[in-house]
Design a protein around this ligand. Structure first.
Ligand code: GUN
Length: 287
């Protein structure tokens, strides 16, 4: 039997429709939700992500500001701009696209964003709040995954969850969110011994490593829910240039009970949750 697919585009469209209504209600009170996005350097994937984030804002009736700096910009220029955006009451959310060039202290940049405007949820204060079970902003990708699990009615209480990947952006916050829902969580990474031993135990498997098709059908428990966070570009074969996930969809869908595709799965949800966080930040200002 082939797996049930969670359509990230359809779920995103539904949520974005609701967000547009909330944005319109705020506008009627004289507040236009506004996201400021900062991009440093010419990484093509980052440029596409920022372009998509800004375009999604506009489409949902929110304002956006996009600041692009050259790869060799003096970090002081970026810090000064963040301070300006922090102080601007018309700006509700600020994000700095990662990764930053090597001469930047990324941690210092993230800490310089006002925690009240940190719509990525990467500031230490917000990471701490999430860890304590009292989040202010939930990081967008794990937030989107939680919405997908909810929409597909995947049972969470007591579920065995295996997350492959331990990044600050996905793996770690994902673990915290699922732990808060009473899952039993295992985090695997590049040094884990016998990865397949762990993945085959998972009722819910989250792949967030950034390695094309590394999770194959034989690594999945029959009937499991498989969430593919990877966005990789295939380098060879007949599909060279096309996107694929960390999961080998063709073999995985024959074993899994529920699965997310790439493209059209987690990707659009990440942007949708960024819009959600920006709107929430603006709504807090209206209170
Ligand atoms: N780079 C990869 N994912 C993200 C994200 O969610 N936010 C930011 N700011 N940069 C990223």
């Amino acid at each position: 039997m082939t797996a049930r697919i969670i359509d990230g585009n359809a779920l995103s469209a539904e949520i974005r429709g609701q967000l547009a209504e909330r944005a319109a209600a705020l506008k009627a009170k004289g507040i236009t939700p506004c996201l400021a996005a900062i991009l440093v350097g010419e990484d093509p994937a980052s440029a596409v992500y920022v372009r998509n984030k800004v375009a999604a804002c506009e489409k949902a009736g929110m304002r956006s500001i996009k600041d692009v700096y050259a790869d060799d910009v003096d970090p002081a220029v970026v810090f000064a701009r963040i301070a300006e955006l922090n102080a601007d009451p018309s700006v509700h959310g600020i994000l700095v696209q990662l990764p930053l060039p090597k001469h930047f202290d990324s941690e210092a940049v993230l800490e310089s964003i006002s925690p009240e405007k940190d719509v990525d949820g990467f500031h230490a204060e917000n990471v701490g709040a999430l860890m304590q079970g009292n989040p202010r902003f939930i990081p967008c990708t794990p937030y989107g995954v939680m919405k997908m699990l909810e929409s597909a009615n995947v049972p969470l209480k007591g579920a065995e969850v295996v997350i492959v990947g331990r990044s600050n952006i996905v793996g770690k916050p994902m673990a915290m969110l699922l732990l808060a829902k009473s899952c039993t969580v295992t985090i695997c990474h590049s040094q884990s011994k016998d990865l397949a031993f762990h993945t085959r135990r998972a009722d819910i498997l989250v792949a967030a490593v950034g390695r094309a098709k590394m999770i194959t059908g034989d690594m999945i428990k029959p009937g499991a829910t498989v969430i593919d966070v990877g966005i990789n570009r295939m380098t060879d074969g007949p599909n060279a240039g096309k996107l694929c996930g960390d999961v080998d969809f063709e073999t995985a869908k024959e074993v899994a009970g529920v699965i997310t595709p790439v493209p059209g799965g987690v990707g659009p949800m990440t942007i949708t949750m960024l819009l959600t966080n920006t709107l929430e930040a603006a709504e807090r200002c209206a209170k």
